[in-house]
Design a protein around this ligand. Structure first.
Ligand SMILES: *Cc1c(COP(=O)(O)O)cnc(C)c1O
Length: 408
């Protein structure tokens, strides 16, 4: 089972990938063919402990029976209805999300994170127009430097990371960027002409950078004072990753619009945009849509994820094992280790030198999948089912991984 289905070796798959695909991802170093929990196997049968979970996506780990059953049952029942017809799974999922959000919010279902943010943007544009904001009639937007909101043209225009946005500018939307975590700068940037502020509760692609205490509450206040919508991009942080269903719950701050994706489907493609209060009622019939959005298979997967997180106590596991992992790494006292930041099972291991790519490769050689999210930061985002023993295995191996990276 833990081999490629066609018998191709890793080396062969890498070569064929290079010939068949556009070069936008480069050539990934490993071809994964199977998994079980936090374990994953490559095409040569090599075993890894997965500490990145497909970028915070595989929340239940690999091959979880509850997910397999839910998806299998749904595929045998009805795979697709389109939005010309209601499917029961989408209704159940929207209700479940509302329950987790205190019985509030109206939901739009998408297939990805960037699409969830496109929905939020269209809501914000409608809101700006209805309020006569800005000379263009829709107002401007504020987002964070080094923030990440996606790759489609609307979401990309909100993305602060220069290397990603620069090649595709200029953009049609007026987006103004502020340093993340600086409440004063945010207050100065947001006026009565601003339609919406887009923020992550912690920068994910930026290197798992939490804001100072009180920043999200200050952002909420600034939006309340100016009438701008507060859009919280929880695409990476939600669904238990930080030990609570949503990261913003740590701060007791409620956004006007919340976007979700990555961990929600446990690996099936699904995103959601939730509007609270008036923000949930902005669209008129025909304003937005998606052929695949609300797909019953993806919704069945998401329901299985939410139910399993509850049944298996995975919020508590994320908090506990996350703390063990963070404290264990922080206590290593290795000269290449500058610190560990983040919360729950969402950590940034900060290196004293920009050698994250070498640490990622050394970890892989030692049998651990991690991610060099920034030149000097390793991101850890294992499945929520990761055990204390598995976290301990990474902590134990980390000094020699760092040594190997230093020598490499
Ligand atoms: C991954 C991510 C996105 C984009 O999601 P896709 O599914 O890749 O389109 C947007 N915002 C944040 C915070 C993310 O982490």
């Amino acid at each position: 089972m833990n081999r490629s289905q066609t018998g191709a070796s890793s080396q062969e798959l890498l070569a064929r990938y290079q010939a068949a695909f556009m070069p936008n991802y480069g050539v990934p170093p490993v071809a994964l063919v199977a998994g079980q929990g936090c374990l994953a196997w490559d095409a040569d049968g090599r075993q890894y402990l997965d500490f990145i979970a497909g970028i915070a996506v595989s929340s239940l780990g690999h091959a979880h029976e509850a997910l397999a059953e839910a998806v299998g049952e749904q595929v045998h029942s009805i795979v697709h209805t389109s939005n010309l017809f209601i499917n029961e799974q989408e209704v159940l999922l929207a209700e479940e999300l509302r329950r987790l959000l205190g019985g509030q919010g109206r939901v739009f279902l998408s297939n990805s994170g960037t699409e969830a943010n496109e929905c939020a943007l269209k809501l914000a544009i409608k809101y700006g127009k209805s309020r006569g904001r800005g000379r263009g009639g829709r107002g401007y937007f504020v987002a964070a430097e080094n923030g990440f909101h996606g790759r489609s043209m609307g979401a990309l225009s909100l993305t602060g990371k220069q290397s990603i946005r620069e090649p595709f500018g200029p953009f049609a939307l007026d987006v103004r960027f502020v340093p993340y975590g600086d409440a004063q700068a945010l207050a100065e940037a947001v006026t009565g002409e601003c339609a919406a502020v887009f923020l992550e509760p912690t920068l994910g692609e930026g290197g798992v950078v939490p804001p100072p205490d009180g920043y999200l509450a200050a952002a909420r206040q600034i939006c309340d004072d100016t009438g701008a919508l507060f859009v919280m991009d929880e695409i990476q942080s939600a669904i238990g990753r930080t030990g609570t269903w949503f990261a913003h719950q740590h701060d007791g701050v409620r956004p006007d619009i919340l976007t979700l994706a990555k961990g929600l489907g446990g690996g099936l493609p699904i995103g959601a945009c939730v509007g609270f209060g008036p923000a949930g009622e902005l669209f008129a019939k025909g304003d937005h849509g998606s052929t695949f959005g609300g797909n019953p298979v993806a919704c069945a997967a998401a329901l299985a994820v939410l139910h399993t997180i509850e049944k298996e106590g995975l919020l508590g596991n994320a908090a506990e094992v996350g703390a063990l992992l963070k404290d264990g790494l922080a206590a290593l006292g290795h000269p290449l280790l500058a610190g560990v930041r983040g919360r729950g099972l969402w950590l940034g291991v900060v290196l004293a030198e920009p050698v994250a790519a070498r640490v990622e490769a050394a970890a892989r050689d030692a049998g651990f999948l991690v991610n060099a999210v920034q030149p000097n930061v390793i991101r850890l985002a294992p499945p929520l089912v990761v055990t204390a023993g598995q976290a301990g295995a990474l902590v134990d191996a980390f000094p020699s991984i760092l040594d190997a990276a230093k020598e490499g």
